[in-house]
Design a protein around this ligand. Structure first.
Ligand SMILES: Cc1ncc(C[n+]2csc(CCOP(=O)(O)OP(=O)(O)O)c2C)c(N)n1
Ligand code: SF4
Length: 484
């Protein structure tokens, strides 16, 4: 056809292959006629046109679009139901140069995540929210959403939504427009090509606003969900243009930069500066780097053994050395005597994720933790085990294991509670990841009680001493897993 160019190309902002399931590598998981795929395409095109793909981060929600991360070749994070604007806030504040997008359905944004969206908008966060309003909970099979129309049937409103029982539909753009702080709010419809083109402009504009640093932007898409509405895709689109649009008028609800007080701007500080952990903030940051080493550590044991605290102390030491650190705790609802573990990363470069799947070092404070986590230790890694010997028959061929009887040592010092600090001393001595003086100074500033501080210092020294003087005598495990 003359004058037309037919493009059968995917946007470069999409992966070439979707690695979700072998048989689905060329297609998305969305139902035929679903609006999510259209919104994905508009976002991908806008990212490419604005040249921001390399610094874009997409926060996927819980809902049918939970798998958005399989498609977009950008930074991806998937969060708990409704929490995307809160996660996006953190991502943007920690990485101000990034372009952060929160992608959410109406159940996710307007029901379980009502607080998050309102407060992110009210703070005027410099993020972009893509809000897909299909009037129903899609993923879970069609329960009533806050956006379900009066009279509309759903699995939880089989007689149709009734205002006396369920309230009126929530209008998100209008609600957020009552706030001073949002910069841009627009509602568009995926009902026909003309409106999809308008939607495309809105997507690009919202991202441009964020790129300029001009504040909070949100685009609401009225979107067809043929499967749950039990409609043919063409009929579902018609329903959007004839019914949904009447209940949710299209248009721009806000388009101006808010006039905010000077203190409304988020100050940009490093984590160490913000925590006041760095006395020399702003000065060259290589004070101790020659003494430090990157390390990923998993510390595990019973709640009450000071497992989480040990991780915090280690992370704090890294901070004082001007390193990047992360500490990620994990514990059950009952901490004391339940299991607890944490992940600590100390690095010279920025840390991608605080989650550590294959730690270089495992500190196992009890036998259960050793059995559970030892197989996951990286090849060539190290295990410090709180005992005099390994359990009979346990083989950990890929890692070196050192048994450090930290609880016994702590008992002899006068308190079983400092076994974690004994282990910390052993870890620091064996790995040489951080200088000794930073460990002592962290203890001095975190332990208020003078007697306990003295005990902690002794415990730290005892852990170091054990590695220096005792280990060769009989506590190192051989690759066959047996200590001798
Ligand atoms: C905390 C929590 N509550 C409830 C659920 C169940 N759940 C999963 S998806 C969903 C609804 C999603 O609907 P919507 O946000 O409208 O997105 P859609 O699937 O329509 O795109 C619900 C309630 C969950 N996964 N987590
Ligand atoms: S159930 Fe609805 S929203 Fe979910 S993928 Fe299918 S059409 Fe899309």
């Amino acid at each position: 056809m003359e004058g037309y160019q037919i493009i059968h190309e995917k946007s470069p902002a999409f992966y070439d292959q979707y690695e979700r399931k072998a048989e689905l590598q060329q297609q998305t998981h969305y139902c035929p006629g679903c609006g999510h795929g259209v919104v994905h395409k508009l976002i991908a095109e806008a990212l490419t046109e604005l040249g921001v793909q390399d610094r874009a981060i997409l926060v996927s929600p819980v809902g049918c679009s939970v798998f958005a991360y399989y498609y977009f070749d950008v930074g991806n994070v998937q969060v708990a139901h409704g929490r995307a604007p809160a996660a996006a806030t953190a991502l943007k504040r920690a990485n101000p140069e990034s372009i952060v997008m929160s992608y959410q359905g109406d159940g996710d944004l307007a029901a379980i995540g009502t607080a998050e969206i309102i407060h992110a908008a009210n703070r005027g966060e410099n993020i972009t929210v893509f809000f897909v309003n299909n009037s129903i909970y899609g993923m879970t099979g069609g329960q009533m959403a806050p956006t379900t129309l009066i009279g509309q049937k759903s699995t939880t409103s089989p007689w149709g939504r009734r205002s006396h029982n369920d309230g009126l539909p929530v209008h998100v753009c209008e609600l957020l427009a009552a706030l001073e702080t949002p910069t841009y709010l627009e509602r568009v419809a995926l009902s026909d090509m003309k409106n999809i083109m308008k939607a495309k402009k809105a997507v690009k504009k919202a991202l441009e606003i964020q790129k300029r640093g001009d504040g909070f932007s949100l685009v609401e898409f009225l979107s067809p969900c043929p499967t749950i509405l039990k409609m043919d895709p063409v009929v579902a689109r018609k329903w959007v243009s004839e019914t949904l649009v009447k209940a949710f008028p299209l248009g721009v609800y806000r388009d101006r930069k808010p006039d905010l007080p000077a203190d409304a701007k988020v100050p940009h500080k490093t984590v160490a500066e913000a925590l006041g952990a760095n006395a020399t903030a702003g000065e060259p940051t290589s004070r101790h780097h020659h003494h430090t080493r990157d390390l990923t550590v998993k510390i595990a044991g019973f709640g009450g053994q000071g497992v989480l605290l040990m991780g915090q102390l280690l992370a704090e030491m890294g901070l004082r050395e001007q390193l990047e650190v992360s500490w990620l705790p994990s514990y059950g609802p009952e901490m004391r005597s339940g299991s607890a573990h944490c992940h600590v990363t100390i690095a010279h470069d920025r840390i991608g994720s605080p989650l550590i799947s294959q730690p270089q070092v495992l500190v196992a404070m009890n036998e259960i933790s050793l059995h559970k986590f030892a197989p996951k230790v990286a090849s060539g890694g190290l295990i410090l085990y709180n005992s005099t010997r390994l359990p009979q028959g346990l083989a950990i061929p890929q890692a070196r294991t050192i048994c450090v009887p930290a609880s016994d040592i702590a008992d002899k010092l006068g308190s079983a509670k400092v076994a974690n600090v004994v282990m910390l001393g052993a870890l620091l001595e064996e790995t040489e990841c951080l200088p000794a003086e930073s460990a002592v100074s962290v203890l001095e500033s975190t332990v208020g009680n003078a007697k306990l501080l003295e005990l902690d210092k002794q415990a730290l020294a005892a852990g170091r001493d054990y590695i220096d003087t005792q280990v060769e005598v009989g506590a190192v495990a051989q690759p066959d897993g047996y200590s001798y």
